[in-house]
Design a protein around this ligand. Structure first.
Ligand code: ATR
Length: 281
């Protein structure tokens, strides 16, 4: 019998996780298969019971279920609990355990695509939504000790920092304050939806004060190169888009399910084909 895996969300038809995981299973000749499952918010509890009854070995969780799923699971990993969101569920001996591999996927991509030790970077995160929280908490969890955060709504960034259970030195800034102090940072992470297709001419901040040797990551991958990444390149900075974070959050989930490291190049290739283009990632 084949082992079943999947992803739950609403909507779910657009998800690239099935092609990515099925390609990785196939390449390793594993007798596993990964399906998208459309579960609406009002049937989430029944959906989880169904996943359990059907013997699903693990699944990913996407919008809008990442937070609401926590009380429906048997165990939550400490990082996922701190973030308050789960994107990966693993069937373990005592039931379903929830993990969050979004921020850890971001860090692994950063290490692969930029540099292997990021613990001494001076980081600025732009945005204070769910993605920013996963990245901020994961960076702190991994030992990065200087992370500032700027957001249109400063209060939301304050709440994010104050709720973090792991110690970190952080200043909370407005977008304007961040623009004025950009030369302080060696790593800038753009987590808002600004610049995403179709609004590709927009950027959340001006990069006038950016230093040449800064690295900028935009977690968007549609388009592959957002306005902020284009601006950063013009200033001589190095850049990464969000494709790496997507691939590595999937790779971490894959490792938790199977105990095997998947072939990243295979995963990257099918996702790029699916998106219909090439990228520097
Ligand atoms: P996600 O969970 O994907 O991170 P989210 O929780 O909706 O999404 O967060 C979106 C982020 O983009 C927030 O930081 C938001 O700023 P606010 O907290 O002030 O809402 C930011 N954002 C979205 N649209 C924006 C805009 N037009 N200008 C500035 N920031 C914006």
């Amino acid at each position: 019998m084949r082992n079943l895996y999947g992803v739950i969300g609403d909507p779910i038809a657009h998800s690239m996780s099935p092609v990515m995981h099925n390609a990785a299973f196939l390449e390793l000749q594993l007798n596993h298969v990964y399906f998208p499952f459309h579960i609406t918010p009002d049937s989430l509890a029944d959906g989880i019971k169904g996943m359990k009854a059907l013997g699903i070995m693990g699944f990913n969780v996407t919008i809008p279920h990442k937070e609401k799923i926590l009380p429906l699971l048997d165990k939550i990993d400490p990082l996922a609990k701190a973030i308050g969101a789960v994107n990966t569920v693993v069937r373990e001996k005592d039931g379903f355990t929830g993990y969050n591999s979004d921020g850890l996927g971001f860090i692994r991509a950063l290490k692969e695509e930029w540099k292997s030790d990021v613990s001494n970077e001076k980081v600025l995160i732009i945005g204070a939504g769910g993605a920013a929280k996963a990245i901020y908490y994961s960076l702190v969890y991994e030992g990065v000790h200087s992370i500032d955060i700027c957001n249109r709504t400063k209060e939301r960034a304050n709440e994010l920092v104050e709720a973090c259970p792991f110690p970190c030195q952080s200043n909370v800034l407005t977008l304007k304050e961040a623009e004025e102090n950009l030369d302080k940072y060696t790593l800038i992470v753009q987590t808002t939806s600004i610049g995403m297709s179709p609004n590709i001419e927009l950027s959340p901040i001006s990069l006038q004060n950016l230093k040449r040797d800064t690295h900028i990551v935009d977690i968007i991958y549609n388009p592959f190169e957002t306005k902020i990444l284009k601006d950063a390149k013009k200033k001589g900075a190095t850049i990464s888009n969000g494709l790496g974070m997507f691939i590595y959050q999937g790779a971490i989930a894959f490792e938790k399910w199977t105990g095997i490291t998947p072939n990243i190049e295979v995963m990257k290739k099918v996702v790029k084909n699916h998106l219909g283009g090439s990228t520097s990632c």
